[in-house]
Design a protein around this ligand. Structure first.
Ligand code: ZN
Length: 184
C-alpha cells in the first residue's frame, strides 16, 4: 500500500488539491481533524495546524522553497497510542506554481507502552494566560514536540520519549510546541 500523502498549496498556502488516496489514509495528530478532502480543498493550510510554533515552522519551509526553488526534507514523528511512526515531510515547488507537500511513512515501531494525548484546549490555555504565567498554571501538563513527538514536563528541561515517561494510562494533557533540537 502506498504510504505517502500529498497536498498542493497555492501562493497564499490555500490547499488546491490532495492525493486521491487522501480520504483513506488521512491520519495525523498535527491536524485538528481527520479532514475529508472535500472539506479541506479551498481552505488555508494553517486552518488545520493547531499550534503556532508548528505553523510558523511550516510557513518558513514553504517560503524558503518559493524564494530559492528546491526540495526540502524534514523527518518527523506522527505517533499513535500504540506505535512510533517515523515520517518524512517533503516540500517541493512544482512547475505549475503550486508547492507540493508530501508526508511519507518510513517505518513504525511498537510503543513500549501505550501513550495517548489530550490537547489542552485554546480556551483553557488563554484562560490560564489571563490568570498568571501560562507555564505556572500548566504545571501538571507536558509540552509535546510537534515534530519529534518527545515530551517534557512543564518546568523541567529534558525531552523524553513518551513511552519512557512514567504516567498513568490516562491521556497525557499536552500543549504542542517544538523542542530545541527540532527548532534548529
Ligand atoms: Zn522535537
Amino acid at each position: 500500500m502506498k504510504q505517502t500523502l500529498s497536498y498542493w498549496l497555492d501562493s497564499v498556502n490555500v490547499i488546491r488539491r490532495v492525493d486521491e488516496d487522501w480520504d483513506r489514509s488521512m491520519d495525523s495528530e498535527n491536524w485538528t481533524d481527520r479532514a475529508a478532502s472535500q472539506s479541506i480543498i479551498g481552505k488555508p493550510l494553517f486552518d488545520f495546524i493547531c499550534d503556532d510554533v508548528t505553523r510558523m515552522y511550516i510557513a518558513t519551509m514553504l517560503e524558503s522553497v518559493r524564494v530559492l526553488p528546491r526540495t526540502l526534507f524534514r523527518p518527523y514523528r506522527c505517533d499513535t497510542p500504540d506505535f512510533k511512526r517515523f515520517m518524512m515531510m517533503t516540500v517541493t515547488p512544482e512547475d505549475d506554481g503550486l508547492v507540493r507537500v508530501s508526508h511519507e511513512l518510513l517505518r513504525t515501531e511498537p510503543m513500549a507502552k501505550k501513550t495517548s494525548f489530550k490537547t489542552v484546549s485554546p480556551t483553557e490555555q488563554s484562560a490560564s494566560a489571563a490568570f498568571q504565567s501560562r507555564m505556572a498554571i500548566l504545571g501538571t501538563h507536558f509540552i509535546r514536540c510537534s515534530l519529534c513527538n518527545r515530551i517534557r514536563k512543564v518546568g523541567q528541561n529534558d525531552w523524553q520519549e513518551a513511552d519512557s515517561v512514567a504516567v498513568t494510562s490516562e491521556a497525557i494533557r499536552v500543549v504542542y510546541g517544538l523542542c530545541p533540537r527540532c527548532m534548529q
